[in-house]
Ligand binder design. Structure first.
Ligand code: NAI
Length: 298
């Protein structure tokens, strides 16, 4: 396999001042992409702001012989999102790749979670990914090419104690990814999501110490780069990734159970059949799901 490169391509990576985003930006730049390194530069909980983290990553890219510009705009506001995409267009004339990676945490058990803690996490992850994609989408559509990689999480796909806000946001990104994949298809836009695990400031207090050496951010970024490459035509998929392992995560519907005499009791009597997983189907659109259900109903 010849080296997969990004010469002539322009990438925007949000939240690229630290952790995973930084690693994605460095790899894309090393492989020839011109990169907008966006980072608001705040704390893990989203408070504060600084131009430092984005500027430092740009400095490193340039020192390594790459091309990059910094943006300290906030992904969660329409003006911030527009400014991030405009930075790509001003500096490099286009935007081909968008990696929605910016994120914050406000963990709290559900009974104690405030409305502000819920809203602020959804604002960065879901609203932020929507807004920056919304700013980039028309340009990708016009050039009939684009690659969008969203950042979900195993916490969203499978649930996690203390993360009602975060898991709602991260599963929301799966829906956004699937619909972007469908709506972008005809314009050559592919959208996928990763559900990573890596040792970063977000997880260092949560992961066992021995994870630090194995679960490095650079053992996630090659998947992001592959999904961002023109040779990857896959769209609407979600991949679990960490420590060099990658697996597809898919949403499936079991064979189901049907009756002409539906009652609360018949449901109770057939609960095991309703819970059955095999044989399952994996619809890739609402239409496919509806037609699979119709078939089972007739
Ligand atoms: P991190 O805290 O090192 O990086 C997140 C970056 O996003 C920070 O540099 C932060 O300043 C930036 N950011 C936050 N709010 C922003 C805003 N409104 N506008 C622009 N930038 C903003 O954490 P990490 O681990 O690198 O996280 C990256 C992404 O990966 C996040 O979406 C996170 O939820 C996700 N993730 C990480 C996992 C892990 O194991 N590290 C697990 C699952 C998901």
């Amino acid at each position: 396999m010849p080296e997969l490169r990004f010469n002539g391509k322009v990438a925007v990576v949000t939240g690229a001042g630290h952790g995973l985003g930084r690693s994605h930006a460095l790899l894309l730049a090393e492989r020839g992409a011109k990169v907008v390194v966006n980072d608001l530069g705040g704390a893990l909980d989203g408070t504060g702001a600084s131009t430092g983290p984005a500027a430092e990553v740009v400095e490193l890219i340039v020192k390594n012989g790459g091309e990059a510009v910094a943006s300290a705009d906030n992904v969660a506001t329409p003006e911030g999102a527009e400014a991030i995409v405009q930075a790509a267009r001003d500096a490099f004339g286009r935007v081909d790749i968008l990696v929605n990676n910016a994120g914050i945490l406000r963990d709290r058990s559900f009974g104690k979670m405030s409305v502000e803690e819920f809203d602020s996490v959804l604002a960065v992850h879901v609203r932020g990914s929507f807004l920056v994609s919304r700013a980039a989408f028309p340009h990708m559509k016009e050039q009939r090419y684009g690659r969008i990689v969203n950042t979900s999480s195993p916490a969203g796909l499978f649930g996690n104690f203390g993360q009602a806000n975060y898991s709602t946001a991260k599963m929301g990104l799966v829906g956004l990814t699937k619909t972007l994949g469908i709506e972008g298809a005809r314009a050559g836009i592919r959208a996928n999501a990763i559900a990573p695990i890596a040792w970063t400031r977000m997880t260092e207090a949560l992961l066992p110490a021995e994870f630090e050496q194995r679960f490095t951010a650079d053992r996630v970024s090659p998947l992001v780069a592959f999904l961002a490459h023109e040779s990857c035509e896959t769209s609407g998929e979600v991949f679990s990734v960490g420590a060099g392992r990658i697996a597809r995560v898919f949403v499936a519907e079991g064979p189901g159970w049907r009756t002409d005499d539906l009652s609360i009791e018949s449901i109770a009597d057939n609960w095991d059949a309703i819970l059955a997983e095999q044989p399952y189907v994996q619809p890739t659109t609402l239409g496919e799901q509806a037609s699979a259900s119709m078939k089972a109903m007739l």
